[in-house]
Ligand binder design. Structure first.
Ligand SMILES: Cc1cc2nc3c(=O)[nH]c(=O)nc-3n(C[C@H](O)[C@H](O)[C@H](O)COP(=O)(O)OP(=O)(O)OC[C@H]3O[C@@H](n4cnc5c(N)ncnc54)[C@H](O)[C@@H]3O)c2cc1C
Length: 377
């Protein structure tokens, strides 16, 4: 068995592990262990790739605001293609949902980012919306499509350039305290490190159990997505992303086609999630109810896991019950758009530094994300 040492071992090479590892590698020796043959095989490679500053809980919205600059103007040499492409996000409401839309618009950090639209104005933006369905809408103009692969690969390249190492086909199977740090074992290697960053996505509680650390109550939920043809002759590439205010469905242009989701959240064990016929049919039914789209064929479908703790905000920081065990989990449905801020924050906290000032300015409060908020469970 191969035996080595590192300052920091990161478990999981999805967007969370990659962003944190690249940041930590500036000053520490980092090894990232990924169970799969390539990083991005789980949630990171299966997202709807939206950046929206008004999506998710208050702490998520702060992390998203703090991530904007990196996504729109990444550091020189980070990516050879743009990471984001601006696309409005149109949140729509039927007559019975108007109170929900009003409450959403009244949130103090949502209000400055949106413009209220009449139903007729919403149909100008997306002409397939049914006149007898949409009663009102708001549009977020600062939202965007994210090229997740460009972003993810940028951090993996940065990790390598800074002397960090990514090992694939390296499932962590054992993890225990050794001296002042941790011993991390895969079937082929053992690594001794001062710090372990748990960025294992849906498996983060499984990793905690392996380590004998108290879990945070992470619940993976399956979400389905499908690709269907756009109507012939439509200018669908110019449409905004359309999101039901209760997130019962959404759709958006995707490379000449349309991506649909029923907004499902089916609790499941951590796994290689697969789409269910029922969820695909539900997405089609809900989108056809709200629009004049006629969907006859599904070109492709997939499912992925969005993993939440009960308050639906991420968990970032050292475990209260295990020195050197660092949580970076619970990103739910927002792990792509928050990754720049989350990687920076995780790096600072893991190295014992204060929350970076620029994150504080955007309202990121470490207190909201602390793992010990679950201590009394
Ligand atoms: C359908 C769908 C739509 C979404 N839409 C959006 C969106 O529009 N915007 C947005 O910001 N987010 C979105 N998300 C959420 C986003 O994809 C996730 O929050 C994000 O990818 C989580 O990243 P991660 O690195 O934590 O997890 P993952 O990408 O799952 O990475 C975790 C990694 O840990 C590895 N691992 C697990 N156990 C071990 C072990 N024992 N040893 C070694 N490695 C291990 C896994 O193999 C995996 O590669 C969406 C998700 C889904 C499913």
């Amino acid at each position: 068995m191969n035996s080595t040492t590192a300052d920091v071992v990161v478990i999981g090479a999805g967007i969370a592990g990659a962003s944190a590892a690249a940041a930590v590698a500036q000053t520490r020796k980092v090894i990232v262990l990924e169970r799969e043959a390539f990083p991005g095989m789980h949630s990171t490679g299966r997202s709807a790739a939206l950046f929206s500053e008004i999506y998710g809980s208050g702490p998520i919205r702060a992390l998203s605001r703090a991530s904007r600059e990196f996504l729109y103007s990444p550091p020189e040499g980070f990516a050879d293609a743009p990471i984001v492409r601006p696309r409005g996000a149109l949140h729509i409401a039927s007559a019975v949902q108007m109170a929900k839309l009003d409450a959403f618009c009244a949130l103090p950090d949502v209000a400055p980012a949106i413009r209220r639209l009449t139903a007729a104005e919403a149909r100008v933006q997306c002409p397939v919306l049914r006149e007898d369905y949409v009663a009102g809408a708001v549009v977020e103009t600062g939202s965007a499509d994210v090229d997740v692969d460009v972003l993810h690969q940028g951090w993996l390249r940065q990790l390598k350039a800074r002397g960090g190492e990514l090992v694939v086909n390296a499932e962590v199977v054992r993890l225990f305290r050794q001296g002042a740090g941790w011993r991390v074992e895969t079937p082929d290697a053992q690594i001794d490190a001062k710090v372990v960053i748990n960025a294992a996505g849906a498996w983060a509680d499984v990793i905690a159990q392996l380590a004998g650390v108290r879990t945070v109550g992470l619940q993976p939920n399956r979400r389905t997505a499908l690709i269907v043809s756009a109507p012939d002759g439509s200018n669908s590439d110019e449409w905004p992303m359309v999101i039901d205010i209760d997130e019962q469905f959404y759709f958006r242009p995707d490379a000449g086609a349309l991506l649909l989701s029923p907004g499902d959240e089916t609790p499941t064990e951590p796994c290689d999630a697969q789409p269910e016929e029922w969820d695909i049919a539900t997405a089609i039914d809900r989108v056809q109810t709200a629009t004049t789209l006629e969907i006859h064929r599904v070109r492709r479908s997939w499912a992925g896991l969005r993993s939440f703790v009960p308050d639906r905000s991420p968990v970032v920081g050292y475990a209260p019950d295990a020195p050197g065990f660092f949580w970076l989990a619970g990103q739910g449905g927002y792990g792509i758009q928050t990754a720049p801020a989350m990687g920076k924050l995780a790096c600072a906290l893991a190295l014992g530094e204060p929350t970076p000032d620029d994150l504080v300015r955007f309202g990121v409060m470490t207190h909201d994300l602390r793992p010990d908020r679950f201590a009394e469970r």
